[in-house]
Design a protein around this ligand. Sequence first.
Ligand SMILES: [Zn+2]
Length: 205
Amino acid sequence: MAIKIKSGKVIVYAPEHICEQWLYSWVNSKSDWIASKLAQGVEHTKNRPLTTNKIAIFGDKFTIIKQAQALSFIDFDKKTLNLDESKDSWGELLKLLEMTLSDYLDMAIAKYQPDINAQFDTLKIRLYKSRWGSFSSKGVIAFNTLLVGAPKWVIEYVVVHELCHYHVMAHNSSFWSLVNIHYGEKYQDARKYLKEHGRALMIEN
Ligand SMILES: [Zn+2]
């Protein structure tokens, strides 16, 4: 008896005339192992935008163009991200994503902060492996650079979420009702979006 995992598929090897019932329960007993192996597989299939020349911005697919040019920039009409090929492409890409997210965050924070009445001292944008944002009692609000790949309504949800942490740190019912008041019921769709598509927004060099 053996289980192999190959390109996201689970293959079970068993003798020909084995009791099917028994086989199912045996495979079931290995489900934790299978789940962890599958998760590892997904980890390895992070997007490599500099290889595929595709990158998500605001929920849309943009094409990466590498050429000699004075400045790296994003063309929102043509949906292209233009990188100066003479510079470090990965660094240029992250810088552009960060600037784009930063501009949108400024707008979104200005939109929600007065009503939520939340204060912070420092805003950070950086690459995180497993979070979209954070809010610390020390006055630092932080966002994952890769949030720029999500649609704007999802980015706004994360902004509201982190700002609401100013009042309630735990993810308890009073926290969620605060999010509901300031963002609306659609916050459930936004959470679902990040659960379902979050992994696809992860990139590596
Ligand atoms: Zn939170």
